[in-house]
Design a protein around this ligand. Structure first.
Ligand code: SF4
Length: 94
């Protein structure tokens, strides 16, 4: 039995198109939140206020600005600091 595709893309991606060592020039990292894993510390909003705001209950809302290439280092830092591993930088297609 083949392992389930976890790429998040409908229909999955062929290994030859996205396998190790292959980079898509149109891929652009974006900050992605897993709302189930998030426990609402708010650390991400403190580290990256340009890209993350908190709702009334203290849970993050990722803003469109989070994908701005000029802010990528801040987004990366916020994702790395998330203690629940709920925030990730993932490649997206344009
Ligand atoms: S740092 Fe992680 S767990 Fe905390 S609010 Fe942000 S995404 Fe959620």
């Amino acid at each position: 039995m083949r392992p389930r595709d976890r790429s998040g893309e409908a229909g999955g991606a062929s290994p030859s198109a996205t396998g190790p060592g292959r980079r898509d020039a149109s891929a652009d990292p974006a900050l992605v939140l897993d709302p189930i894993a998030c426990v609402g510390h708010g650390l991400c909003a403190e580290l990256f206020p340009e890209g993350v705001v908190l709702d009334d209950w203290g849970f993050p809302i990722v803003l469109a600005e989070a994908s701005d290439p000029a802010l990528r280092a801040h987004a990366k830092r916020a994702a790395k600091a998330c203690p629940a591993l709920a925030l990730k930088l993932r490649a997206t297609r344009r």
